[in-house]
Design a protein around this ligand. Structure first.
Ligand code: DPP
Ligand code: ZN
Length: 871
């Protein structure tokens, strides 16, 4: 298909003011009657026909203002409905379609999950339900009537408020009518019907509106929805205080389903969730699951204002709602937990997912200029880099300026489908600041490299930073312009305290240096001793900093930097230097400086255990590969990392054993951040202490595995055991399966751990597990846990030099594509870093990608990724 270009945007020719939907649910023949109040757009083209989108639809009947339409006056195919000569400039079009929810394996449109009916419409699923101008700038008010067998679907839900419900006399069926007063685009439509258990609560908004809250889960799982409900109420309160945003309906419902392509969906008043982000209990959920639930519940709730009340004009503007909403959920979690620890975790994730995307063939701007398949742009760049851009805006404008800009944005664009230009204009107008150059963050792809050189002049008592920036070439963008980069810095004096930051006579506010040119110099005055520069504090900009800091300077920052992020980063930088050396030369590493710095962090009683755990966790194999950039040998990286981990584990064995013993939980499991932090440090110690597979280390992990009273500790112990070729590995895996086999979300963890074993028989193991009764190619969570974890989380085995790992993933992509193109293309994106591999592995990755690309009949999703990855 031809690419769709942002530059070709035209307003819709026809608008829809009102939508009346009537669903008669049926497993294979659901009947959908849609009445659309169509009106010619005064801003459209004179005499334009009505062209409605469809996708695989079967038309039953068409009527205009109540009168059936003859076949000659329209053209209807599965993918399009055209009225070449509409009867008037406004009329009601009635469309009856039949859809088969059971056959819908794409999980887009109306489908069934565990027998329940549900929908997913973003971005283009509504057209699989009825013909419609399925684009986000057509906003309408929806009324939805649903009827179904009472036995099959006692619960009937849709967007907005419930206005009517009851039995259908003389039948076994019943019905419900939902009305959503807020105009919305079709992608926010949702419907749910089924047998579901409800957890109910209520919330009173700041201005006194009473909201009924409901979380619906599969029967028997209601007791696992408590944490999600708690997170929802905290989110609703937080949005009021942090952004002044109140909820706007009488009802807010969440439904958890077990078959879902994404994490969750922000449909107005009826969020639909992957159950992974709702269900939790200490026995089955880890601390990571709890924080994931908190973050995703918040994210979808926050979309009510950033996404729903203000939506996107077109899909090029996806970051307008996603980047902003990720920023909002990150801020929420920072306020609920530890801000520095949250920042460290977010930056680790950003580097792993986004920096790697940005440095490979799939790199694209935060706001892309064109796409072939929009589903492929729900990426780390749009989401996570999009959030970083909003964070930089806040850093540049300050707290008050940022809030003034947000307020103006809400005030101006409530009820509209907006653009990035609208967003930027709100901040520019609220603060008087020109954001033209800043907006390059939305247009230019690639991770900027900021190179910094410091020099001290004792006589003049000045410290000078010479800073240059460059954005590497990316697909379609060979040359770049300089960006606005807010680089937060500190100058750390010999005693560890920050020195004053004065440029000439001006105090540098909040330490923010604004880079705007390819090269700039900053001369700080009144500096009485040679400082160590602390650069990009809090990771203020999503850039790679080349600092030239010596190992001694990094050790100093690790011990003294007032910025916790940079204390973490100093240790990581030390480790990364050693790991790169080790991977390149295979040479023995000399980790004494790192060991000393790590020992000091571990012993520092003033530091939060969660922070220590982050600081002591070595950079991942993916980050090391990205740093090496070319001729990557994943086995060499693995070996170097293992060697360094062993060196640390051995040298710190006493301190780690002491930490492990001291952090025994005092009481029963609670998911709060402080308790989770203690568990994370204790489990890090467990891992280091077993790194050489010593009998003692393995026995400790095996004992914890058996005695743990919660999933976090049990899974952490299992993760340690599976890394080592010891008898305890298979024993523990078997015991875990027996214990949790009834629980699909827990078995996903069992799949993930096995898929990630760095051993030459893992591919055979994964192939074997695909035949396991607990596995299903039809369920996205299962596919991601087994095959996705292998492709994205096991660099040595996915990239086997014999090419068998690449070939296997390509095979799964091709088998899955006809069933679920979205999940298949996501899996294929695991090849996004293939070009950095050494020649043998690069050739096998290329061959696998070519084989996929050359397969006839591919979905647009998979063909787009294969083509761009090879391009
Ligand atoms: N449901 C996805 C999200 O919330 C897409 N909107 O990010
Ligand atoms: Zn979102």
């Amino acid at each position: 298909p031809q690419p769709i270009r942002l530059a070709d945007y035209r307003p819709p020719e026809w608008l829809v003011d009102k939508v009346d939907l009537d669903f008669a649910l049926h497993p294979t023949q659901a009947r959908v009657t849609a009445r659309l109040a169509l009106r010619r757009n005064p801003k459209g083209t004179q005499g334009a026909p009505v062209i409605l989108d469809g996708d695989g639809l079967t038309l039953v009947r068409l009527a205009i203002d109540g009168a059936p339409l003859a076949g000659s006056s329209f053209e209807a195919g599965p993918d399009r409905l055209t009225l070449a000569h509409p009867p008037a400039d406004s009329f009601t079009l009635e469309i009856e379609t039949l859809v088969d929810p059971t056959a819908n394996t794409q999980l887009m449109g109306l489908y069934r999950s565990s027998g329940n009916y549900c929908t997913q419409c973003e971005p283009e699923g509504f057209r699989r339900i009825t013909y419609f101008p399925d684009r986000p700038d057509v906003l309408a008010v929806y009324t939805t009537r649903i009827e179904a067998e009472r036995e099959e679907a006692p619960i009937l839900l849709s967007n907005g408020n419930l206005v009517e419900s009851g039995p259908l006399p003389g039948t076994t069926r019943h019905y419900a009518v939902w009305q959503d007063p807020w105009p919305k685009p079709s992608y926010l439509f949702a419907l749910v019907g089924g047998k579901l258990a409800k957890v109910a609560d209520r919330f009173v908004t700041a201005s006194g509106r009473e909201v009924e809250l409901g979380i619906y889960v599969e029967e028997g799982k209601a007791e696992r929805a408590g944490y999600a409900m708690d997170a929802l109420k905290r989110s609703m309160r937080w949005d009021e205080t942090a952004f002044g945003r109140e909820y706007d309906l009488d009802v807010f419902n969440i439904v958890a389903v077990s078959d879902f392509n994404m994490g969750a969906m922000e449909n107005k008043g009826l969020n639909v969730f992957n159950d992974k982000y709702v269900l939790a209990s200490p026995q089955v959920a880890t601390d990571a699951d709890y924080s994931g639930i908190e973050g995703v519940i918040a994210h979808e709730y926050f979309h009510n204002w950033t996404g729903n009340r203000i939506t996107c004009r077109d899909w090029f503007q996806l970051c307008l709602k996603e980047g902003l909403t990720v920023f909002r959920d990150q801020e929420f979690s920072s306020d609920q937990r530890s801000r520095p620890v949250k920042r460290i975790a977010d930056v680790r994730a950003l580097k792993a997912a986004q920096f790697s995307e940005d440095s490979g063939p799939l790199a694209h701007p935060v706001r892309p200029q064109s796409y072939r398949e929009i589903n492929n742009f729900y990426t780390a760049t749009v989401y996570e880099k999009g959030a970083e851009v909003v964070r930089m805006l806040k850093t540049l404008l300050g707290e008050a300026g940022f809030r003034a800009g947000m307020d103006l944005y809400f005030q101006r664009h409530d009820g509209q489908a907006a653009t990035i230009e609208d967003f930027a204009a709100a901040f520019a107008d609220a603060t008087g600041r020109d954001l033209t150059q800043f907006s390059l963050w939305y247009e230019q792809s690639g991770t900027p490299v900021v190179t910094v050189k410091g020099s001290y002049d004792a006589e003049a008592r000045t410290y000078r930073l010479d800073v240059s920036q460059a954005v590497p070439p990316t697909p379609g963008q060979p040359t770049k312009a300089p960006m606005v980069i807010p680089l937060v810095v500190g100058l750390v004096g010999p005693n560890g305290d920050d020195l004053p930051l004065t440029l000439g006579n001006t105090v540098v506010e909040r330490g923010v240096l604004e880079l705007t040119k390819a090269e700039q110099s900053f001369v700080f005055t009144g500096i009485d001793a040679r400082p160590v520069p602390s650069l990009n504090r809090g990771f203020s900009a999503p850039v790679n900093v080349v600092s030239g800091l010596t190992a001694d300077e990094r050790v100093f920052l690790a011990a003294h930097d007032a910025d916790p992020f940079n204390r973490f980063d100093a240790l990581q930088g030390l480790a990364l230097g050693l790991l790169k050396e080790g991977a390149r030369a295979g040479a023995p590493v000399a980790p004494e400086a790192l060991i000393g710095a790590a020992r000091n962090i571990l012993a520092n009683t003033a530091l939060d255990p969660a922070f220590k755990a982050q600081a002591l966790a070595l950079p991942g194999e993916g980050e090391i590969a990205r740093e090496l950039a070319a001729d990557v040998d994943p086995d060499a990286i693995y070996a170097a990392r293992k060697a360094l981990k062993s060196a640390l584990g051995n040298a710190l064995a006493g301190d780690l054993a002491q930490t492990y013993g001291a952090l025994v939980a005092a009481g029963p499991f609670t998911p709060d951040a402080a308790s989770a932090g203690r568990r994370s440090l204790r489990n890090l110690a467990l891992d280091y202490l077993a790194v050489t597979a010593s009998a003692e280390g393995i026995a400790r992990a095996a004992a914890q595995f058996e005695q743990a009273d919660n999933m976090t500790d049990r899974l952490a112990a299992l993760a340690v055991l599976v890394q080592h070729d010891v008898p305890e590995r298979e024993r523990a895996l078997a015991a875990f399966y027996e214990r949790f086999k009834a629980d699909a979300l827990v078995i996903d963890k069992w799949f993930i751990l096995q898929a990630q074993i760095a051993a030459s028989d893992t591919l055979e193991r994964v192939k074997g597990l695909m035949a396991h009764p607990a596995f299903s190619l039809g369920n996205p969570n299962r596919v991601r846990s087994l095959v996705g974890a292998f492709a994205a989380g096991n660099p040595t085995q996915f990239n086997r030099p014999d090419g068998a790992g690449h070939a296997f993933v390509a095979d799964v992509v091709l088998t899955l594509d006809p069933k679920n193109p979205q999940v298949a293309s996501r899996l294929l994106s695991s090849f996004k870093t293939w070009r950095q591999l050494e020649p043998v592995r690069r050739a096998s990755a290329e061959a696998a990608l070519r084989r996929v690309a050359d397969t006839p009949g591919l979905s647009a999703d998979v063909s787009d990724i294969a083509t761009r990855a090879l391009g």
